[in-house]
Each structure stands twice: as structure tokens, then as C-alpha cells.
Design a protein around this ligand. Sequence first.
Ligand SMILES: [Zn+2]
Length: 293
Amino acid sequence: MRQVLLLVAGLLAATQAAALDVVATSPSMGALVRAVAGDRADVTVLAGPERDLHAMQVKPSMIRAMRGADLVVAIGAELEIGWLPAVSASAANPRILPGQPGYFEAAAQVPLLEAGGAADRGRGDVHPVGNPHVDMDPVRMATVAGALADRLALLDAGGASAYRANAAAFRDAVEAKLEGWQSRVASAAGVVLYHRDAIYLLERLGVPLLGTIEPIPGVPPTGSQLKTLAGKLAGKRGVIIYAPYQSPKGPKKLADDLGWPVEQLPLSPPSGADGNGYLSHIDRWVAAVATGS
Ligand SMILES: [Zn+2]
């Protein structure tokens, strides 16, 4: 009993010690908050790594989490536009509305790929303002960590030096891994993705994107589009990587046709991951990319 009481007291102390209540839309952003804030933030992640951030259903638990939040950390660039504004509106928490210090977007902190292009929302393109999947680039994430440290310091001045030191440590950890990642995939021939979601990582690694299963971001392929893709890639080497919420049918058919390896990988680490968990997630992707050699 005494041990249980001590445990409860310990949990209460831990709860009281957290200065900020932070909601992250994805596990990758949750991991970055944990990396930068350490135990000064309680983190709630709205969508697990197996979920499609383009198309989440609004749930009462999301609204409850945002009602008491000091800060919402999104990936941004309209990735969560189909559901996050609706959750915000229902949460009735003016501190976390866009434009307020309690709202932070990763994509607003870094240059975007595929921005200013001829994206056509009318044809179903879900990336109209540029590619939002910046959380797949560890180097951009290190930049985002620095901006996040400044934002956390604004909301909780007492933690300012800890936030900035943690962000610097995360940046150092990414820099320490980068060369190893790049040399591991030096002979990788290229990758076919289902969606243009890991393009930031491929660019960082210097590995070509050989094609996508989807003809337009957010639009599933037809049989003849898949056949055309298979024809274009015949005789080449590579690997096909798709996410848990994307249909395995096209990727597996293409892998069969080409004799390539195919792998399903989430775009985020597990929901409870911290900075190290995020780096392990990138390790898994690098290992998968390396199989396309
Ligand atoms: Zn997307």
C-alpha cells in the first residue's frame, strides 16, 4: 500500500511538474515536442502513425484535448485542413487558434517542396499550397525544433534555456546521423511511393523518386495508370514503399510485375515516441530505401 501511495504521489508530482499542455496532430510532431520540452510538457497526440492526416474524423476526445491545451503543434501547409479547424472551433479555446501563440505549424518554419506549382484542387490534389510532409525530413525537423523552442519559451519563460538546449541537442543528434544515413543508401537505385509523402526524406538522402502509385496526390490510380508506370520502370531496380492507410493492392501488383521489394512503413514513429524514437523511425525508412539497390 505504501508503495502504491508513493507511486500515486510520484505521478501527481510528475503531472504538476509539467508546465504546458501540448496537443500534437501527429506522432512525429509529438516526438519533436517531447525532444524539445522534455518533462515540461504533457503531450497528447491526436492521430496514431497508422492514420491518414489528410482525412481524419473529428472525435470528442480530440475536442476535449484541445479545450485545455496551451499549444497545438500541427504539421500544417493544409495537411490537417479537413479536420483540425473543426476540432479547434468546437474546443472553444481562443489561445490555440491560428495566429495565436498557442498555434504552431512545422511547415511554416521551413521552405516547402512543390510550392507555387500548378496544383489543381479541382482535380483532387490534396497538396495545393506545396508538399506538407516536412516531418519526413530530419534536417527540416531540426530547424522546426529551434522554432518550437522559441515558441515554448514564449509560453513558459521558465523553461526557455532548457527548450533551447534540447533543440540544439536534437539538431546535433540529427547531424550526427545524417552522413551514416546518406552512405547507407549511396547505392540505392530509387523508390516508388504511393503518395508524395516521403519526398523530403528522399531528397535529403539524394535518392531518386522513380514514381508514385497515385497519379495526383490524393487520387487513386486506375489500372491503366499502374500499367503505364510498370512499363516505365521495367528493367530498372528500386523499392516500393507505402503507408499503412494506403491500399496495398497497387504497390503489391507493381512489385510483382517488376520483381522489386515492397514495404509498408508508417510516416510517423509510434505515438509515444520522443526525439530518439523519431530518429529510429528515420532509421527504419533508410533501411527500407537501401533495399532498392
Ligand atoms: Zn500528402
